[in-house]
Design a protein around this ligand. Sequence first.
Ligand code: IPE
Ligand code: IPE
Ligand code: MG
Length: 241
Amino acid sequence: MQSPTAARSGLHAAIIMDGNGHWATQRGLPRIAGHRRGVEAIRVTAEACPDLGIGTLTLYAFSADNWQRPADEVGGLMRLLRTYLRNETARLARTGTRLSVIGRRDRLPDGIAQAIQAAEAATAAGERLHLRIAVDYSARDAIIAAAARLQDPEIGRAGFGQMVAGEMHGSPVDVDLLIRTGGEKRLSDFLLWEAAYAELHFTERMWPEFGEGDLAEAVAEFRRRDRRFGGLTNPKVPAAA
Ligand code: IPE
Ligand code: IPE
Ligand code: MG
């Protein structure tokens, strides 16, 4: 069974892009070299989405907890984000990709929030893919903030989900397929509310080497899964009398 999101606008795939640092150190390179290669993997992966039936792709680029990393790595990542926004916007618009950035904007270095707004405006008409990049993102902080603002305890799941997503500048889209590269098997505070019924796919592939074939494999495996959402939509044995 497909989720309502999937039926409406293609699958929502989300990726925890992990393994950049290991990829680089295994090659004797500085960690930032892995992050740089990771940006190329973003382009390749995003452009493969429409043909695989993915309508929304959410990528975890920088978590709220990643501020704890050494200042030079954080600075390098922020420079890469700035460059990405400057260099990729035209290509995103050309390929029908609408870009959104989710997460907090008030702690980003000067000028980045404006660059995000400009890139979002320039790509707003894109209809082939909605590419969402999560920067300074924390699912737990989103849930806490939404709970603190809650006035109507009868709001329900859909209404509260909208509040949770809104806290991180996003819209509520349930995740169908959640992929994590780099070999670790954890969620690291990513889309905890939205991934309630996501199918999980963990791969050893390091993010800088992730490509169209890996995404196709994850989607093929996803399509073989039996999603039940707590029910018995595809019962393989007769129900007990
Ligand atoms: C993911 O790669 C990118 C970010 C968290 C910014 P890592 O930098 O976490 O790479 P590993 O996990 O150290 O290999
Ligand atoms: C999660 O990766 C965040 C991103 C990929 C942006 P981390 O590398 O920060 O996660 P942990 O520390 O291994 O849980
Ligand atoms: Mg990591």
